[in-house]
Design a protein. Structure first.
Length: 488
């Protein structure tokens, strides 16, 4: 429930005076930037979607297939909720998180029962028994190690070795049975600026606007000490960059917007941090703008009828950055994705919103597969923040998005290849599922259009929620993604 505190940051974060469309990120500093209807003036939908080259989903040397996941606060204790997640074929379970300040309130004094008190260890056991991949966020600097008196803030330089020692003990305890945690995320949105936050938040706040690369170089220094210690305990574990917020596009920033935060990752690479992590973790949100299928994120120049989900722009930015610094062999995880709805701008919770959220999830998943993101984590299982939940806090109601991601997991989960084959007025992603070639298609502007096949017809077709469709030489497709199975 700590996420609810983010709403209080609405007018605190320093970006609220800017006029760009709210950045689709996890901090709610974006909410009140426009009066009235926030829907942007969008260009006409292009006739061809050729902005991005097709990528096979597995980067060179990567053993991973694309799979989907969810963030939750209780995977083991809530049997009904965990059963629903299991039925949805989620592979990744993200838990935020292990609180360093609770485990080590005094330097060198480990109180592991603090993790048991919130049933974190029970969640690990249950997820391991079900064969899930657990992503554990480790955060919250103890008072004795704080730089600026904020739990979300940096670690004092002289106490970085103590944090490295702590993380080695975390790996020693949790990377083996019965927990089997193999993915460790160092912080959550560390690029958020400490100056804008009060301290107890569940994200950041290591960012420093006064430093080059927004303080990313300091994060690299932490990785250089932490990573070897963790790998020495268990070389099979994976270290993740804390999920990057990346508020806006620094290459093509919106008018009047300072996008220095998004240079944080470059700071990590510029300081030689490339060898000291295994995964780049990032967050990508879009904003519902009202009506069926309508969403956008102006801070990344993304919209439903031009580029598709913001995830695409962010992964392209990160991939290009890594290439610039000649860093290879890394994998990418979108550790938070969702469609945000803010009631001060548009109606949330009605049928149009719920359907759009379902469509968006499938679109984002398909794009992630084609763009080489090995895991896409929906935030959140429960409807606790900006109407993003798969279900209500008591596991009811079950929203449309849950049924959509459940069928997506069945159809395109564990794909081993994909590319963008969009044409004309349609977004089309061709994915290599266990069923063979599958197209995920929807119209670019949300209007119903006829997709005509000039050669062989698909062998089967399904709507967003898994209902069978009649296969015809010309099929009507609108904002709702359609699955077209071509077979082996």
């Amino acid at each position: 429930m700590k996420r609810l505190k983010w709403l209080s940051l609405l007018f605190v974060i320093g970006f609220t005076a800017l006029q760009a469309i709210p950045a689709a990120s996890s901090i709610d500093q974006r909410a009140a930037e426009q009066e009235g209807n926030p829907t942007p003036d969008l260009p006409e939908a292009p006739q061809a979607y050729s902005l991005y080259l097709p990528y096979m989903i597995r980067p060179p040397g990567s053993p991973y297939k694309i799979t989907f996941g969810v963030e939750t606060w209780s995977y083991g204790a809530n049997e009904n909720g965990s059963n629903l997640l299991n039925q949805a074929n989620f592979t990744w379970i993200r838990r935020n998180g292990l609180i360093w300040s609770d485990i080590e309130p005094g330097k060198g004094n480990r109180i592991w029962s603090a993790a048991s008190a919130v049933d974190l260890e029970g969640d690990f056991k249950h997820a391991s028994e079900k064969g899930k991949k657990i992503i554990l966020v480790v955060r919250s600097t103890p008072t004795w190690a704080q730089v600026d008196g904020k739990a979300c803030g940096r670690i004092q330089e002289e106490d970085i070795p103590a944090f490295a020692s702590f993380m080695a003990d975390v790996v020693k305890r949790y990377s083996v049975a019965p927990y089997n945690v193999m993915y460790y995320e160092i912080g959550n949105e560390p690029d958020a600026a400490a100056v804008n936050l009060s301290g107890p938040e569940t994200f950041g706040c290591w960012g420093d606007p006064s430093e080059a690369f927004y303080g990313g170089r300091y994060y690299a220094q932490v990785l250089k000490q932490v990573y070897p210690k963790m790998k020495a305990i268990n070389p099979e574990i994976n270290v993740l960059i804390g999920g990057l917020l990346m508020d806006c596009d620094p290459v093509n920033p919106p008018a009047g917007k300072d996008c220095a935060m998004s240079r944080y990752m470059e700071g990590i690479l510029a300081d030689g941090g490339g060898p000291y992590f295994d995964f780049v973790s990032f967050h990508a949100y879009d904003y519902y703008q009202g009506g069926h299928g309508n969403y956008s994120n102006g801070n990344w120049n993304s919209a439903y009828n031009t580029t598709g989900p913001t995830l695409i722009a962010k992964i392209q930015f990160l991939r290009n950055l890594m290439a610039t610094y000649n860093v290879t062999g890394k994998n990418y995880l979108a550790t938070e994705i969702a469609l945000l709805c803010q009631s001060q701008y548009t109606t949330c919770g009605d049928d149009a919103h719920q359907k759009t959220k379902a469509y968006y999830a499938v679109q984002a998943y398909a794009a992630a597969i084609a763009e080489g993101v090995v895991g896409s984590i929906w935030y959140h299982q429960y409807n606790i923040w900006n109407e993003t939940g798969l279900m209500g806090v008591n596991d009811t109601p079950i929203y449309d998005v849950y049924h959509a991601v459940k069928f997506a997991g069945q159809e395109i989960g564990a794909s081993n290849g994909g590319k963008n084959v969009s044409q004309g007025v349609f977004f089309i992603y061709e994915l290599n599922s266990y069923k063979g070639k599958i197209w995920v298609a929807w119209s670019k502007d949300g209007a119903t259009r006829s997709l005509t096949f000039t050669g062989a017809l698909p062998k089967a077709a399904y709507n967003t929620f898994g209902s069978s469709l009649s296969v015809k030489s010309s099929m009507d497709i609108g904002a709702a993604p359609v699955y077209l199975e071509w077979g082996p």
